[in-house]
Design a protein around this ligand. Structure first.
Ligand code: AHM
Ligand code: MG
Length: 333
């Protein structure tokens, strides 16, 4: 007997959690799932077709855009435009928000913030990359959306998720009632529930940070890294260092195995590197929903009120006890 539950079936089933919902969020999640499958198709054959390499353009942050970055951005925006449930898309790849004004979207009440293809430096070497997304509700449902709708703090997210294009492709998402993971079964072209109710272990033994930048880190972070490396049988130290350089993949691993991911401020990135609205917030929401913590070292990531779309933040997230231990080092400074 077939016991597989597809993402579509799961989303419909979960609509019962929101008795007054009209199915709009469910349709929005479905649209994102469809775009993810299209992007996955291109990512999978990236070495075979002319889609690797730089597109010869830069995004607003002065970073080279890869052809796949642009392709993924277009696919997600197209899916959201066609689906009719989204009125604004805020993307890492676009300087400004994209307002969707079409007949089918005229009553749309959802805002999507997205990094369509995160970890692009890994595309060329066939390592895991990801998509990260965050969904908000318009503040005033009967008014036209503005930038203020996009700049809501992460604690106002109604849903968030990521797709990891790894040795298999997975979509992991939350609507604030736990975290569920779906693996793409290529033979039927469907995401199927494979990781129900994901929980991050309270303790872990993996730390993930670009240690090459050690000399540029704040003292508290340097001291924590040294703590991770000291031998102590009782706490299973020294910990294991694992860093792919692809946020989704690094955080996904730590979510499953237990661990901490760190991207602190440094002299190269005085405000941190990762973007608050479409990288830190969705990952923080998912990690908290899985029982972990996500902070900038001092406050919850989800409580930071964004001031601008492409704003950066320091981020530390993962197993609760590891993040708390890091905090104790930051306090000592
Ligand atoms: P991107 O959005 O330009 O791909 O950059 C974000 C990526 C994250 O996936 C990853 O955690 C980080 O940049 C790696 O940065 P670094 O190379 O400084 O360690
Ligand atoms: Mg990114």
């Amino acid at each position: 007997m077939n016991t597989l539950k597809t993402l579509g079936q799961f989303i419909i089933e979960k609509q019962a959690d929101f008795p007054f919902a009209k199915g709009e969020l469910s349709r929005l999640l479905r649209d994102i799932g469809i775009a993810a499958k299209i992007v996955n198709r291109e990512v999978n054959k990236a070495g075979l077709v002319d889609i690797l390499g730089n597109a010869g353009t830069m995004n607003v942050q002065g970073e080279d855009q890869k052809k796949l970055d642009i392709y993924a951005n277009e696919q997600f925006i197209a899916a959201l435009r066609t689906g009719g449930e989204c009125c604004v898309v805020a993307s890492e790849e676009n300087d400004e928000c994209v307002y969707i004004e079409s007949e089918i979207s005229k009553n749309a009440k959802y805002i999507v913030a997205i990094d369509p293809l995160d970890g692009s430096s890994n595309i060329e070497v066939n390592a895991a990359i990801g998509t990260v997304f965050s969904i908000y509700r318009k503040i005033n449902s009967d008014q036209k959306p503005t930038i203020e709708d996009v700049l809501q703090p992460g604690n106002k997210q109604v849903a968030a998720g990521y797709v990891i294009y790894g040795s298999s492709t997975m979509l992991v998402y939350t609507t604030g009632k736990g975290v569920n993971g779906f693996t793409l079964d290529p033979s039927i072209g469907e995401f199927c529930l494979s990781h129900p109710n994901m929980k991050i272990p309270k303790d872990g033994t993996i730390y993930s940070i670009n240690e090459g930048n050690y000399v540029h880190f704040p003292k508290g972070v340097k001291d924590y890294i040294k703590y991770c490396q000291v031998e102590d049988k009782e706490t299973s130290r020294p910990y294991t260092s694992r860093y792919i350089g692809s946020m989704v993949a690094d955080i996904h691993r730590n979510l499953i195995k237990g661990g901490i991911f760190l991207y602190p401020v440094s002299s190269a990135y005085p405000d941190g590197k990762l973007r608050l609205v479409y990288e830190c917030n969705p990952m923080a929401f998912i990690l908290e929903q899985a029982g972990g913590l996500a902070t900038d070292g001092y406050q919850r990531i989800l409580d930071i009120k964004p001031i601008e779309l492409h704003q950066r933040a320091a981020i530390f997230l993962g197993s609760e006890n590891m993040v708390l231990m890091l905090h104790s080092f930051l306090k000592e400074v």
